[in-house]
Design a protein around this ligand. Structure first.
Ligand SMILES: [Zn+2]
Length: 423
């Protein structure tokens, strides 16, 4: 059979370490996986490569790549108040544009095919996603007190009209109330109303620090999770970033309402916020996904690194080495993310699923011996092994060369503009 794209002779993450398979793609779908000989209008030689679903990063602030290595080793509030917010206030459209491009380049190179972003001037991020070829859920970050005539929410609604379900469905728009400590209750209620009207996903930071939870309890008598439930947030599909401080009652609320948690272990550790109780969340049937957060609280967007850390922390904090085995780690970083972001038929290598596929080159020494490819991947591999990236059936990178964007120009321009901004 001849397909639009034929990926030939790859290994699959299915426990079979001996047999190679061929993947046939038509349009944006995987239509064949098996051992039959196939050909394609475009053919990819997958010899000695492992095919996996692309990573889904469920919490980012993409243009914050501009702040990489700018303000490290600080506490959350001084970091935001003294370093990040003053610079953000000076940022122009160009900054969001180049910061987004740099983030898209980094994601393609580390095998991330889909992400959930909340930031500002989102049209620039949408353009970079569209041009780079990735899949994303994008929200204009909103915050404040009185929702009446709020320019942020207005931008958010306009952005929804312009970009929702664009780029062949690769771009979806969500609403992104920043956090309970930056939005008043009446503001959040209004965002929920808008979200119901447009039937969109919500993306919010919740229970990130102990102080946030204490302050919320002092103000409302409730935990951030319980407060959000009472305001109606969870009546919509919601991605809650962090959830570091969640008790049994909070976890039950999250599970009952199908709220997805975006676990960002590097960010939580770097800002010394704490460690999310991931094994408790899993035990209570909460949908756990993995995110990297912005490039400053976490200095890279490397999903393999993030998933590996999530896995190790789960084992270490629960004193249970069977917590999050390798296969589950792969699912948490791929399928769970796709589910949290409400994409149908995404995050698995199966016929009928959307063709978002990453090929890892297995030539490095740590891919040997080969008892189990998924173990090799989760515990030993490097994101530099990502050779080929396919999103929506289109090849975005081949032999580590990005085909959709000019990587060198993006690195040069972003560095220039970022250094000028922070001068
Ligand atoms: Zn964040």
């Amino acid at each position: 059979m001849k397909y639009d794209v034929a990926v030939k002779n790859v290994y699959l993450p299915n426990g079979d370490n001996k047999t190679v398979a061929n993947i046939g793609i038509n349009g944006n779908k995987i239509v064949y996986i098996g051992k039959e000989e196939i050909s394609g209008t475009e053919e990819i030689n997958g010899k000695d490569m492992l095919a996996v679903p692309g990573w889904v990063n469920t919490h980012t602030h993409l243009a914050m790549t501009l702040f990489r290595s700018y303000a490290d080793d600080m506490e959350l509030m001084p970091w935001l108040q003294e370093k990040i917010w003053p610079i953000e206030a000076k940022m122009q459209r160009e900054h969001f544009k180049w910061g987004s491009y740099l983030g898209v380049v980094e994601m393609i190179k580390n095998g991330t095919t889909c992400f959930n972003d909340m930031y500002f001037v989102m049209e620039e991020t949408a353009k970079a996603v569209d041009e780079g070829g990735l899949r994303a859920v994008l929200s204009r970050c909103v915050m404040g007190d009185d929702p009446k005539d709020d320019y942020r929410m207005k931008e958010s609604l306009d952005f929804y009209k312009e970009w929702n379900d664009k780029a062949n469905g690769r771009i979806k728009v969500a609403y992104g109330p920043h956090a309970p400590y930056t939005c008043t209750d009446r503001y959040l209620k209004k965002v929920v109303e808008y979200a119901k009207q447009d039937n969109v996903l919500l993306h919010i930071h919740l229970a990130e620090t102990a102080k946030e939870v204490e302050d919320c309890a002092a103000r409302s008598g409730k935990s951030p999770i319980a407060l959000m439930e009472s305001l109606g947030l969870f009546e919509l599909p919601t991605v809650a970033a962090h959830c570091v401080y969640v008790d049994k009652n909070d976890r039950q609320i999250l599970a009952k309402n199908n709220v997805a948690v975006a676990h960002n272990p590097q960010s939580n550790l770097k800002l010394a916020s704490g460690i999310a109780p991931v094994t408790d969340l899993l035990d209570d049937n909460v949908l756990v996904t993995v995110g990297t957060d912005g490039c400053s609280s976490n200095n890279n967007l490397d999903m393999l690194e993030e998933v590996r850390l999530a896995c190790y922390l789960a084992k270490g904090t629960s004193h249970n080495p069977t917590a999050i085995p390798a296969q589950q780690a792969l699912e948490i970083g791929t399928y769970n993310g796709a589910k949290a972001l409400q994409f149908d038929k995404l995050g698995k290598l199966e016929e009928g699923y959307i063709a978002d596929i990453v090929l890892y080159n297995m030539s490095e020494s740590y891919w040997y011996p080969r008892h189990n490819f998924v173990s090799n991947l989760i515990y030993a591999a490097s994101s530099n092994d990502v050779d080929t990236v396919i999103v929506d059936g289109k090849v975005l990178m081949k032999k580590r060369e990005i085909l959709t964007l000019d990587e060198e120009k993006i690195k040069f321009e972003t560095n220039k503009i970022a250094l000028e901004l922070t001068k």
